[in-house]
Design a protein around this ligand. Structure first.
Ligand SMILES: [Zn+2]
Ligand SMILES: [Zn+2]
Length: 187
């Protein structure tokens, strides 16, 4: 697979379906659509908004279990070849982590990102839509990277670097480093 410049050209055109879960800012969804299509050379659709996943909610934690949501997305996926990216405004958690920015299930091609901790207001900072959108794009490219079987990258500026805190997200780019670009497998 040849990668001219910074754009990633996969050997086949892929389709990505963005599924909003509950209320999600349209400007974030449209920003993701536009940029994911450019970055992955993909057909990107914004699917029908689904209700908040009550089945995944833990009242005790006040969070949604992302694994339960991924299982649901895998079960209800209509087009098997598509990659699914769910976007939720609520806080999510997974496994041993008390929260996650996102999670992916590579075998079924489904992923999720949470905007909850991407809002500057979460850190008691003034609202900044542009920053929110950029953070969302980084997390989205990261999870879709996992759907192409990329693991975490030690390079702090690579989009596949693991974000433990929001400053990790802010430090990294929305692009893959040269090594991850080479490892990007069209599946
Ligand atoms: Zn990751
Ligand atoms: Zn990398």
């Amino acid at each position: 697979m040849r990668i001219p410049g910074k754009q990633i050209i996969l050997s086949a055109v892929i389709a990505i379906r963005i599924i909003p879960l509950g209320a999600v800012d349209n400007s974030v969804l449209n920003y993701l659509k536009e940029n994911l299509s450019r970055i992955f050379n993909a057909q990107v659709y914004i699917g029908k908004r689904e209700p908040l996943p009550a089945y995944a909610y833990s009242k005790a934690r006040g969070q949604y279990a992302s694994r339960d949501i991924l299982n649901y997305l895998a079960r209800t996926k209509e087009v098997q070849e598509e990659k699914v990216l769910a976007v939720i405004n609520k806080d999510i958690h997974a496994g041993r982590f008390n929260f996650v920015f996102g999670q992916a299930g590579p075998p079924s091609g489904v992923s999720i990102i949470s905007l909850f901790r991407l809002y500057p207001s979460y850190y008691h900072l003034p609202g900044d839509k542009d920053l929110l959108r950029k953070r969302a794009l980084k997390e989205a490219v990261h999870e879709i990277g996992h759907l192409f079987n990329l693991g975490h990258c030690p390079e702090p500026v690579c989009v596949m670097h693991f974000s433990n805190t929001i400053s990790d997200t802010d430090k990294k780019d929305y692009q893959f480093c040269a090594k991850c670009q080479r490892n990007l497998v069209d599946k």
